[in-house]
Design a protein around this ligand. Structure first.
Ligand code: G3P
Length: 228
């Protein structure tokens, strides 16, 4: 499984990029607006600066017309460089834009996917990733993980070459279930990623190791013995 961090907060991006094995960052208009920055382009470039040129940066289009979306996509890629993916909300014009961008070799993440049908159409249009929203489905008595599982079955069954980038998680269990259902990439907010890395028994286990060592060797570490 691959992990991306779903935030536009620079501090969280710096933290997750330093400590966690993330392959990139996903943003959306809500996440960028939440940062209350005057210049969203400068902010996107600041994210790129933190993660470097080789990690993925997913930026959502804000234009809504076909020509304007294509122009916006080209400008975003020109500014943010390689490994930048355009998030295109699924819709008739979104699918048209996806086909055109994919034709130009520009990576598209079809976003706001809430059904298997939307995902399959996006894949056929050439999207590199489809982003099903797991919690948003669960919140309306849908079954986010089941939708991911069905999308995975069709994409893999027909070898469509599009990957799942599941989004909208509220629990670590959802992330694990999505992985078991065939979702190969997930984008997770920083808080959930921190929760995923920790466990109370891990903390008490580490405290036990440290206490036992110190009772025998005091403040000396293994390295201090190796250095002589
Ligand atoms: O980036 C889109 C997706 O992650 C939305 O998540 O938490 O707003 O449902 P959420």
């Amino acid at each position: 499984m691959n992990f991306l961090v779903d935030t536009a907060n620079l501090e969280d991006i710096r933290f997750c990029n330093t400590y966690f094995p993330v392959i990139g960052v996903t943003t959306n208009p809500t996440l960028i607006a939440r940062e209350k920055v005057a210049d969203p382009v400068a902010h996107i470039l600041a994210i790129r600066e933190i993660i470097g040129p080789d990690k993925q940066l997913h930026v959502q289009l804000t234009e809504t017309g076909f020509e304007e979306m294509l122009e916006e996509a080209g400008a975003v890629v020109a500014a943010a460089g390689k490994n930048t993916f355009l998030k295109v909300p699924v819709s008739p014009v979104g699918l048209q834009v996806t086909a055109a961008l994919s034709e130009q070799g520009i990576g598209v993440t079809e976003t706001a996917i809430l059904s298997v049908g939307q995902a399959v159409l996006a894949a056929r249009a050439g999207a590199r990733y489809v982003a099903p929203y797991v919690s948003r489905l669960d919140n309306i008595n849908g079954k986010g993980v089941e939708v991911v599982s069905q999308i995975a079955a069709i994409l893999q069954g027909f070898g469509m070459g599009t990957e799942i980038l599941a989004a909208s998680f509220k629990t670590v269990q959802q992330i694990v279930d999505v992985g078991l259902a065939g979702g190969e990439n997930v984008t997770v907010n920083a808080e959930l990623m921190r929760q995923m890395a920790s466990h109370p028994l891990t903390d008490s286990g580490i405290a036990g190791f440290s206490g036992d060592w110190k009772r025998q060797y005091g403040e000396r570490t293994l390295l201090s013995f190796l250095r002589k």
